[in-house]
Design a protein around this ligand. Structure first.
Ligand SMILES: [Zn+2]
Ligand SMILES: [Zn+2]
Length: 148
């Protein structure tokens, strides 16, 4: 993940930064090693903490699972037993407009968004259960409402 995408994603998950805060974000020593790691690992870690040192630590410690590496103990990809705690294996998202995925199909923001589409006379896209890796791989991030 490039530094500017990392900054953008951080802001989408944790909230806006003033210009001088963006500058110091981009000057952080953790940024280079984070840019080297797999996107899915970084997205997972970004959703767990706003602190870059912690993000780097989590991405290094747990990121292998979210990048689809087999575990050492069982030699299984997406091993349920060795999955780092934090994000569920199955999450929910809609095709189309949303940039987030959700813990549950009943999430307040998800249901609200669907209602908004209907209220405008549109047809809301179906909510689908997907593997966490598919959600992270499509560049979506954990919903701020159900993952905090
Ligand atoms: Zn395992
Ligand atoms: Zn949600």
């Amino acid at each position: 993940m490039k530094a500017d995408k990392l900054l953008k994603t951080w802001i989408e998950i944790h909230g806006p930064l003033r210009p001088e805060q963006r500058q110091s974000f981009l000057a952080r020593a953790e940024l280079n090693p984070l840019c080297e790691l797999a996107d899915a690992a970084v997205l997972y870690a970004l959703s767990r903490s706003p602190k870059l040192a912690e993000v780097l630590r989590l991405a290094r410690r747990d990121g292998w699972w979210f990048s689809g590496e087999a575990c050492e103990q069982d030699n299984i990809e997406w091993c349920a037993r060795c999955k780092p705690t934090g994000l569920p294996t199955t999450v929910y998202m809609t095709k189309g407009w949303s940039s987030a995925f959700h813990k549950s199909p009943d999430c307040r923001l998800l249901v609200g968004g669907q209602g908004l589409v209907t209220a405008r006379g549109g047809d809301p896209a179906a909510v689908e259960p997907v593997h966490i890796q598919v959600a992270l791989g499509s560049g979506r991030f954990p919903c701020q409402s159900c993952f905090v």
